[in-house]
Ligand binder design. Structure first.
Ligand code: LLP
Length: 416
């Protein structure tokens, strides 16, 4: 059964009515299912079991400490993109030797932090980054493990803002330059070339571009091998999509078997960096209807969550299902836009939805486990939402709602 399901007329998470959570913790509130998180991770482990991969959860999707711990206990490694994310995974008790560090703009200070922690690998995105890492590692008397993020120039066929593997994207080292950059890397004294990686985009509903990208990497790996540069791991990135409305995400087992075929007979460790597919459908954003505003040409359900809580609809025109927490059989549905209180026309969570709701009702914005809380902000001086993790009937507040005092604490008024 889906972790979020109706029991009679009540939307539940696992064995608990979402209405109970709203009553106890208030709204807006992100609610996650421990069971759904666990199932998503073990699905990867099972599909890829023959390859014994290092599954590095891309924590940008959802970096709450409790969620990191849940995955760490299941054996996950982590993909990070900043010193802040490094501090987070270490605070969650993760093993440093299971961390890969991605991102185009690593600062010297971030490199130092990661070298001192002893991470598994730096995923390097440019020649100048390589030179900087060599210098930082040299000063510390360490050898930095590196992989080059190669841009395979493959079209991920996803939203342009989250497509990363084309020539025009800022990411990775151009495929045609990669061989020479590897030679340069191998000659630098404070680096140890250990792998190759790529990440071509996010929310892919067809896995074939991912497989095509791997084929390109394997051809390069063979060429490097002939030149005396032998790699130990190949990191295929993340990117598998989830169902938000009617998408059919790639089948994990079929994807795994394609990867397995290609890696058969090779002494290459498989690394991957899934984010969304581990957490996206394990969370919802719970919100309350403040007002129903009936207009001349449009109706609006004004709710207490907004684009500062869940930016995806505003930023990518992304679709998230919106379900009433309590179903009313006797109420006729209203065609409306579900909007927040923020002063922007782009502040919407859903458009043209048929909802049988009244003021004071609760709504669940579905598939909000990935890139929800991590992309939230304080726009319009709104405090960040609470986060609750549910397991069976048990709730755990894993992020307290931010207070206004906390929000103002770092600012100084001219006159006190
Ligand atoms: N590895 C790297 C280097 C990445 O840049 C990303 C995501 C991932 C792994 C994880 O990809 P996933 O499995 O989650 O697709 N904010 C956007 C998504 C941005 C993705 C950025 N990179 C959204 O809300 O759709």
């Amino acid at each position: 059964m889906n972790a979020f399901h109706y029991h009679h007329d009540q939307l539940q998470v696992e064995d608990l009515p979402l209405a109970d959570i709203a009553r106890e913790f208030g709204t807006p509130c992100f609610v996650y299912s421990a069971e759904a998180l666990t199932k998503a991770f073990t699905a990867y482990q099972n599909a890829f079991s023959a390859l014994d991969p290092l599954i590095c959860y891309a924590i940008k999707a959802n970096s709450n400490l409790s969620i990191l711990q849940l995955f760490a206990r299941l054996g996950a490694g982590f993909d990070i993109v900043s010193g802040g994310e490094l501090a987070r995974v270490l605070a969650a008790g993760a093993r440093a030797d299971k961390i890969v560090f991605s991102g185009v703009g690593k600062s010297a200070a971030e490199m130092k932090m990661a070298l001192e922690a002893g991470i598994h690998c730096f995923n390097i995105e440019s020649v100048n980054e390589l030179l900087r890492l060599n210098e930082v590692a040299g000063k510390l008397g360490l050898k930095a493990p590196v992989s080059l993020r190669v841009n395979p120039n493959v079209d991920a066929m996803t939203h342009p803002y989250i497509s990363t593997g084309l020539k025009d994207n800022k990411f990775g080292i151009a495929f045609d330059m990669a061989f020479d950059v590897y030679r340069e890397a191998a000659a630098l004294p404070n680096l140890q070339v250990t792998g190759i990686d790529c990440h071509i985009g996010s929310q892919l509903t067809d896995a074939s571009p991912l497989v095509e990208a791997l084929d390109r990497l394997l051809a390069l790996i063979d060429r490097l091998d002939e030149a005396g540069i032998t790699l130990q791991h190949v990191d295929i990135g993340g990117g598998l999509g989830i169902r938000y409305s009617d998408e059919t995400p790639p089948d994990l087992a079929a994807y795994a078997s394609q990867i397995e075929q290609r890696l058969a007979g090779r002494a290459l460790k498989l690394v991957m960096e899934p984010g969304r597919s581990l957490v996206g459908n394990a969370g919802v954003l719970l919100t309350q209807v403040e007002y129903l505003k009936l207009g001349e040409s449009k109706n609006f359900a004004v709710v207490d969550a907004a684009m500062n809580d869940l930016l995806r609809p505003s930023l990518y025109s992304a679709y998230h299902g919106i379900l009433p927490v309590e179903q009313h059989a006797n109420l006729s549905p209203l065609l409306c836009d579900v909007v927040g209180p923020i002063c922007e026309s782009s502040d919407f969570l859903g458009k043209n939805r048929e909802l049988a709701v009244k003021e004071g009702d609760l709504l669940a914005v579905m598939s909000a486990g990935a890139y929800g809380s991590t992309m939230s902000s304080n726009y319009n001086t709104r405090t960040r939402a609470a986060e609750v993790l549910v397991s069976g009937k048990e709730t755990r507040l894993i992020r307290r709602r931010e207070t206004l005092d906390e929000l103002l604490a770092n600012e100084k008024a001219l006159l006190q």
